[in-house]
Design a protein around this ligand. Structure first.
Ligand SMILES: [Fe+2]
Length: 275
């Protein structure tokens, strides 16, 4: 049996004929690991077909605003693994984190504007967010683009919720001459990733909860610097230690505190790495 499996793998690898050395490396490694998986697990034909059906349904669940494959990658910790490989970053830089499946184009907004224009306004805890974009030495980066997206207090993004206007809880800001950005929002809450698709079925079957700790997403770009995709997490959230997407890093957790005017606020500074 093992000889037959060895021979089969050798035949598949031998037929790889590409002038692209990176494609050859990726394909050889993927096929070798997948054959090793079959050798170790010895799936029945029914189990193999069930696995293929899971992937088919994962694809069929994707829409223009829902990407079940990104969700699958997140839930397996693979997105965070790729992120770690892609962005080793110096320790003084703001750590990156996964993008997640809910990014969409944000409306451009003036500094200080609110991004909360939906039914959460007046219902959720108002929160003021500010910070400064700098290089790793603390020199301000003016003109940086800060792309923000977050879920509401019920845990839904605008793209999942017909009651929120399009672009709600999203904003595209440009830092001022001191590298500063600021805006008003509401305090995000922890939320479950979508559980009505195949990834939800898998989480349930594995005895895993689907919760992500409360967070706001950031994507920051500035000329001469590496783009940064990250999150800021709300301190004290009960799911910080068991994020379904394995995306929490200590340096990304902040504690909102009441300001002089009584509104909650927190600062999140961004330190970019030169390109
Ligand atoms: Fe999110």
């Amino acid at each position: 049996m093992d000889d037959e499996l060895d021979g089969l793998l050798a035949q598949v690898l031998a037929r790889t004929d590409t002038a692209d050395p990176r494609l050859a490396e990726i394909f050889r490694s993927a096929v070798t690991h997948l054959h090793a998986f079959v050798r170790e697990v010895r799936p029945t034909e029914q189990e193999w077909l069930r696995g293929l059906d899971f992937l088919v349904r994962t694809g069929q669940t994707c829409t223009g605003t829902r990407n079940e494959f990104i969700l699958l990658s997140d839930m397996l910790g693979l997105t965070s693994a790729v992120d770690a490989v892609a962005h080793p970053g110096p320790p003084e830089a703001t750590p990156s984190s996964v993008e997640g499946p809910f990014h969409s184009p944000a409306p451009r907004r003036a500094l200080g504007a609110t991004i909360a224009e939906g039914p959460e306004h007046g219902r959720a805890e108002p929160t003021f967010v500010h910070g400064r974009v700098t290089d790793c030495e603390g020199t301000p980066v003016p003109g940086a683009t800060v792309d923000i997206w977050q879920a509401d207090d019920a845990g839904f993004y605008d793209t999942q919720d017909g009651e929120q206007p399009p672009g709600n809880l999203r904003g595209l800001f440009t830092t001022d001459e001191d590298g500063r950005y600021w805006f008003s929002s509401v305090l995000p809450s922890s939320y479950p990733v979508p559980t009505d698709g195949p990834v939800g079925e898998l989480l349930t079957a594995l005895g895993r909860h689907p919760m992500r700790p409360a967070h706001i997403h950031y994507h920051v770009e500035a000329e001469g610097f590496r783009p940064l995709t990250t999150h800021v997490f709300v301190a004290g959230d009960e799911y910080l230690g068991s994020d379904a997407a394995f995306a929490v890093k200590d340096a990304l957790v902040v504690a909102p505190e009441p300001r002089e005017d009584g509104v909650l606020g927190f600062a999140f500074d961004i330190r970019l790495v030169p390109a």
